[in-house]
Design a protein around this ligand. Sequence first.
Ligand SMILES: [Zn+2]
Ligand SMILES: [Zn+2]
Length: 329
Amino acid sequence: MTIHYNPMKCTGCAQEFAFPSIGRSYTDLPEAGGRHAAHFSAMLLQQAWCHECEGASWVERIPGEREFATAAGLRRRADRSGYEGIDDDLLEIEDDDFRWLYEHLPHRKAPPRCLVCASTHFTPIDATQRQTPIVHEACWDSPIEFRGFSIGSGGLQTGGRSYAHRFYDAEGDVVWAKLCMQEFLVGRLIVILHARRHDPAHATLAAAIDLVINRASDDALAVLAPLAAANNPAALGLLGALHYVGEGVAHSGTEAVSLLEKAKALGDACAAHNLASLYATGAAGVAKDIARARQLFAEARAMGGQYERDDFYAHDNFTVANRTFYHPI
Ligand SMILES: [Zn+2]
Ligand SMILES: [Zn+2]
């Protein structure tokens, strides 16, 4: 069971506002193949009140050149603790991540956005202050207080059964998402949801992916149906992925294979990757086949569909590498 801690509370009506669970990283995965070094970096977060979501949320924290330079100096010292005036997050992240962020974020043009709804209409929350500038409009503008995060939580609740992890480019646009569907003892299955920018139906596909992530799969299916009927490769691939994990449609490996094969034949690299994952775990009605999975992962990468770090592809057992599994009921 996940205990949801609600660190923002209205002083008038006592309504509480939880910070949403989000998984996020930056990636500089190329849109088309040719390079074999996918990179993923941690994203720094700032807690905020989103006026579009009308609730507590997270936005990207984008430090300036000066803060990066100071942090770089401190990171070279053996003892990094106890420095005033600099947020700890820049000191705690991995070296690779720090380098990537320092290289990309100071030149960032796009402003930070709410990581739930992509709005720029938000007010940052100072985690050291109980008072906030936020008022509860629905109850005569009563002040909303920040009650602090529970120790060790870092404000992030990721204990949910199923979750989505979004991957962003250096300008803060969502590139693709990883959907992890978990059912106790039955399976923990992962699919990639990716609408490529050059796809003529990109906007529609991206909207459908957003609906899936926000658990509005019926709406997503309605959006995808005409595209799939017109044989849009990404739409067919998305439907296949949903059948593999059983989200909004029948949990069916055979349906999934048929749709993913069709999408792959039409050139969809993401479908090739998801098909590989399906054979790595097995699926409802389809037996596990590691040799086939290995072949398909190689084909996916050759098509420009690399969604894992390089070392993932060298594993003997992809389900161990990814902590995925499927047990027929
Ligand atoms: Zn209130
Ligand atoms: Zn929002």
